[in-house]
Ligand binder design. Structure first.
Ligand SMILES: [Zn+2]
Length: 349
């Protein structure tokens, strides 16, 4: 299947009542792991790259690896998404390269650290939407600010400092016309999300429920949603790692979100932990090895395993064959003629 729009994947996920994992990549092995997991579970999938990933891998390598994935797995609906675009220019450069959807994270200033005002966020996000939709490209916005820092992006602190306000979410969706909305509900980027198993005092799932009640048709996005499972932490530490004990977002909380309008679930840390644990294990158990394939193969397999598990838990498994690709040119027509309306349906309080 050619690369498709994230909007199509999320529209289908809404019809089917499931979530779609959006997995971050930096290199070939991670893309291969995700595609094998998608094939194994028959899942549509979003592969996303941050600015840091684009700088690490170079745009052209990334893009052509994604084209290879689409060509090698014609049965898998696959979207290529820009994670945390920090400015209009970053989003435009991604669209010019061939990304099929972009996130404009206007919750922060272009420095990727300083929280922006609501008006600044609306203005830059709307500007990206106005550029993207005529080209058939979907846009994710963010309202509220996540905690933590990853790839140099983030306001830092806990996830509780700038939670999404449901009324602002409504106004933001109405004024920007975004295809999907990332919400800040207490989660953070990186491995150190919570210092104990999160309860309602730090993970505000009731906010997702409240936002979904007001915007019942808007696709919601959960960032910082790795579960950071204990067994993956243990493998890293067993083989010489020094991770501090940490907790992620429990899968059952993500599933509660999916029952309340969450359609895209961002996962990065779990993949990183799986890869690092597998590589450390080879280095410790077989220190005589020096062929990178000897440790990259098990690393790839470990990532495939955790990604396949998430695909099953999010409910996207089994849905790859539900629909045919809509071309990006036809998406553009849909935005123009209103069949892909982005005027949100708003329920009364
Ligand atoms: Zn994020």
């Amino acid at each position: 299947m050619p690369l498709v729009s994230t909007r199509q994947l999320l529209d289908e996920a809404a019809k089917g009542g499931y979530g779609v994992g959006a997995f971050n990549v930096n290199n070939m092995e991670q893309i291969q792991a995700i595609m094998e997991a998608a094939k194994e579970t028959n899942s549509p999938v979003i592969i996303q790259a941050s600015r840091g990933a684009r700088a690490y891998a170079q745009d052209k390598y990334l893009y052509h690896l994604m084209l290879a994935a689409a060509e090698l797995y014609p049965e898998i609906p696959l979207a290529m998404h820009l994670d945390h675009g920090n400015s209009y220019e970053t989003c435009v450069s991604a669209i010019e390269l061939g990304f099929t959807s972009v996130m404009m994270d206007g919750s922060l200033q272009p420095d990727g650290k300083t929280p922006a005002t609501f008006e600044e966020n609306v203005a830059v996000t709307k500007k990206v939407v106005d550029y993207a939709h005529p080209r058939g490209i979907a846009v994710e916005g963010e309202i509220g600010v996540l905690g933590g820092v990853e790839d140099g992006h983030g306001a830092g602190g806990t996830g509780l400092e700038h939670l999404t306000d449901p009324d602002q979410a409504v106004e933001f969706a109405e004024r920007t016309g975004v295809d999907s909305l990332a919400v800040a509900i207490g989660t953070s980027h990186g491995a150190y999300k919570f210092t104990k198993k999160p309860d309602g005092s730090v993970l505000k799932m009731e906010l997702v429920v409240a936002i979904h009640k007001r915007l019942p048709k808007t696709h919601l996005v959960m960032h910082g949603s790795s579960s950071v499972p204990q067994d993956l932490q243990d493998i890293v530490n067993k083989y010489g790692g020094k991770l501090k004990q940490t907790w992620g977002v429990p899968v059952e909380e993500i599933q509660l979100g999916i029952r309340n309008g969450v359609r895209k679930v961002n996962v990065d840390t779990d993949s990183r932990l799986a890869i690092t644990g597998a590589i450390r294990k080879v280095f410790v158990e077989q220190p005589e090895k020096f062929d990178p394939r000897d440790y990259l193969k098990p690393a790839r397999a470990a990532m495939q395993k955790v990604v396949a598990l998430r695909m099953t838990q999010f409910g996207q498994a089994g849905h790859a064959g539900d629909y045919k690709a809509i071309s990006i040119a036809d998406m553009a027509k849909g935005y123009k003629d209103g069949t892909l309306s982005t005027k949100p349906e708003v329920a009364k309080k």
